[in-house]
Design a protein around this ligand. Sequence first.
Ligand code: GRF
Length: 203
Amino acid sequence: KNIVVLISGNGSNLQAIIDACRANKITGNVVAVLSNKANAYGLERAKLADIPAYFVDPTLYNDRTDYDKALIEKIDAYQPDIVVLAGFMRILSPDFVTHYQHKLLNIHPSLLPKYPGLHTHRQVLANKDSFHGVTVHFVTEELDGGPMIIQARIPVLPDDTEQSLQTRIQAEEYRIYPLAIGWLADERLKMQNNQAVLDDIAL
Ligand code: GRF
């Protein structure tokens, strides 16, 4: 299966996905990486892995719709079976989401539906939550609101900081994102009636 990954930063999730494909844990290949940030280290990771990497410069487009249209053109050139958002820090237009629906995934560092949006680790600490976590979900027009596929949960420790939480959360991300992508690549997972269905088990 052809996997296209969209990033905006370090790309450590991208790296985990590339490695999982190389280790045959995902029946697929990352065929292209696109970023809205020129300096995203993830673009470097793609180049090091001999994967086509593109900086798509938002300043060249008039508005979100035009930018997303350019993204679609570049992505569709690779005939993607799966489009993965991995730390992609832009809101996508409804046209984009509709174009890739049922094959568009995102990872969000919270136990959704808690804490959609930004600064999740900070909110967990501020609210003295006992647990924190991360969610892989299908992307729909609702920001961080699509059908959930898999979650990982970690305890919040007394001396936890935003950084220590991010480190433990990211360790879980590198485990559950390749798992979810692998299920989609093997056609064990699908989105049906706005629900994630895994091998006929409603999740
Ligand atoms: C991830 O931790 C993810 O939870 C959030 O953004 C971060 C991206 O990190 N969406 P990276 O670019 O994959 O290293």
